[in-house]
Every structure is written in C-alpha cells, then in structure tokens.
Design a protein around this ligand. Structure first.
Ligand code: SF4
Length: 343
C-alpha cells in the first residue's frame, strides 16, 4: 500500500499515530546518548532506541556515519543502566540497538547487555560491532545466546585488502573473522553488515563465493547496505550510483541463493534512499515508500526541504507525493538522468 509522506509527517506531528512520541523525546532529553524513533512495523508503532555507549572506535571507516573522532569514554555504566530501566518501563516492547564507536571496547559491556536482556520491556537487543576485540580477547564478551539478542558485525570486505581499505585499518581482518566465528560457535545470531561503496563495489562478486568457507557452519546472514550520506562530505566520492548498485545487488542475490547464503539488503541509510522508480524490477513500484525513509538514523521531517531534491520530470510521476526524490548531495554528483517517472 502506498502512503503519502506529507500526510504521514502531519500525523506524526499531531501525535495521532505516535502515542509514544513525547516519551521518546523525554528519554532523549534525560539521556543525551540515546536516540529514540518510531520504527513502525506492519503499521504498528514500535519504538527503536539507539544507545551510543562510546564514541571511541578502533577503526576509521571513511564512510562512517557515526563520526566518532572523540577519545572520551562514553556514559558511566550507572547512567546506562538507569537508561535501560527507563526504556523498559516507558517504551515497553522496544527494540534496542547498542552502538558506538565500537561497543566491545567497553570493559563493562557484558553488564549492560545482561541488564538489557533481563528487562521485560525490552523485546529485542542488537549489538553493532566490528568483532575485532572479540577476536583478540574472546573472554571480553562471554554471553550465553539469548532469543532477544543478535550481533550485527561490520564486514565491508571479504578479503584482507578490501577490508583494510574499507575500515581504514590494518591487521584486523583475521581478528574480525575470528571474533565473528566465536559468536557463531557460541550460538549467537549474527548478521554481517556490508556497506557498499566505491571501495568495495568491484570486489563483492569475487569475494562472495568464499564467504561460507570463511565462517564455516553455521554461517551468518549477509546484509548489504546502501551507503548513507557521510558526515565527512569529501567522502561523498565513495557513494555508488544507484544504477550501478541495483544490478549488482541483483547479481549478488542470485549468487547468494545459489550458495545457500541468506542475504538481505536495505535500500536506505542515513538520509539516503533509493527512489522507487529505480528499485529492482521485482520490487513493487507499489512499495510503501515510507519504509524507504525509515532507516534507524533517519528523521522524517527533519531537513527534508533542503535535503531532498526532485527534477522537473518528477512532477509527471504518479509517486511524486510519496517520494522525496534524491538527496541533493547525491544529485550534485550524479544528476537526475537515472530517474524515470512512473505513470
Ligand atoms: S521519478 Fe521522481 S518522484 Fe518518481 S519515483 Fe523517481 S524520484 Fe520519485
């Protein structure tokens, strides 16, 4: 079903479809290291809460959206535990994402994770990591598997050379593999997140067949993400043109299916979304375009007037009311030639 973005935003502003909006804003004010969103699923409101536990990272991915340049420790554990309690009571059923920086660099991460898993009001917990510290010191994170818990491991290259390029690091690829294997072997659910950029675009097809051998069994789910608009604007040169990205995704999809690799893809990321006129042929033009703009770090309504642009041809498109067009930084780089108004 197609929904209209403007009316959706008005509904949200009026609070009609977003009864927890004020509670989420209150949580963000009390705990500035939290970002809380309405991440509706099947038209049901569901709060998604991101906890930034540290801004320190051991890698330097040039397309990083977290922009972690700080060397300061994150909030004290007592403050994180208080926040966890509040999330559970104020937003029952919440999905919580623990991110950074690199969360596993915190010695007290296991205590926070145990508390989050024990709280009834928290339905799901995702830990975003590069798994390097786990590979180097597996004892840092000895947690039993839990039905609420999954790990999302950043794995932007399947060979050491590409991995180094994408993470701005050296000597970490084997540790990341070993940390990921450690999680899998201990029964955790693991998803590999691979951000597609010009740094790995040409290598993914070559590397994908080796993936099962890198991890053995059970193998992780593989998730490809569109690169978002980075904080460092010079990194926009790493953006991939959608008309190169979508056929590649289609080929990767076929290769993965043939090799029994479970693959997912997200067509939106931090203030970036593939417009519906470009989505894969099998994706419906009747896609609910709101979902394209529902990425975890995207704030509908915020900056959309100057962030998104359309071309004159968009006025002839039947989706013009439900589509935001292209991020202007993307359009500056690639123009509007790719867009084909839908009739
Ligand atoms: S032609 Fe323009 S309005 Fe239509 S889907 Fe593409 S970007 Fe959106």
């Amino acid at each position: 079903m197609l929904r209209n973005f403007s009316s959706y935003r008005q509904e949200k502003e009026a609070g009609g479809q977003d009864p927890n909006g004020k509670l989420r804003r209150a949580l963000e004010l009390i705990h500035p290291f939290i970002t809380a969103k309405d991440n509706r699923e099947q038209d049901q409101p569901r709060s998604q809460v991101i906890i930034l536990v540290t801004t320190i990272c051991n890698q330097h991915c040039p397309f990083c959206q977290a922009h972690c340049t700080s060397t300061e420790q994150g909030p004290e554990l007592t403050r994180l535990l208080q926040a966890a309690e509040r999330i559970s009571t104020m937003l029952p059923g919440a999905r919580v994402i623990v991110t950074g920086g690199e969360p596993t660099l915190r010695d007290d991460l296991p205590q926070l994770v145990e508390q989050l898993l024990a709280l009834q009001g928290i339905a799901e917990l995702e830990i975003q990591t590069n798994a390097v510290a786990i590979g180097r010191q597996p004892q840092r994170l000895q947690l039993p598997p839990h039905e609420k818990l999954r790990f999302v491991v950043g794995m932007h290259g399947f060979t050491e050379k590409v991995y180094n390029r994408c993470t701005g690091s050296r000597g970490m690829f084997q540790d990341a593999l070993s940390g990921t294997r450690h999680l899998l072997q201990h029964g955790h659910r693991v998803e590999l997140n691979c951000v597609i950029s010009t740094l790995n675009l040409d290598q993914l097809q070559r590397g994908l067949p080796d993936l099962p051998a890198l991890f053995g069994s059970p193998s992780p789910v593989l998730h490809f993400s569109v690169m978002g608009i980075p904080h460092h604007l010079e990194a926009c040169r790493l953006l991939v043109r959608f008309s190169d990205l979508l056929p590649l995704l289609s080929r990767l999809w076929k290769m993965a299916s043939a090799r029994g690799i479970e693959l997912q893809a997200t067509l939106s990321a931090h203030h970036m979304a593939v417009p519906p006129c470009l989505t894969l042929p099998n994706e419906p033009p009747a896609v609910d375009t709101i979902h394209l703009y529902e990425h975890e770090n995207f704030s509908p309504g915020l900056r959309d007037d100057d962030w998104w642009v359309k071309c004159p041809a968009c006025s002839r498109c039947r989706l013009q009311d439900s589509c935001l067009g292209l991020p202007h930084l993307y359009a500056e780089q690639f123009g509007f030639d790719e867009l084909v108004p839908l009739r």
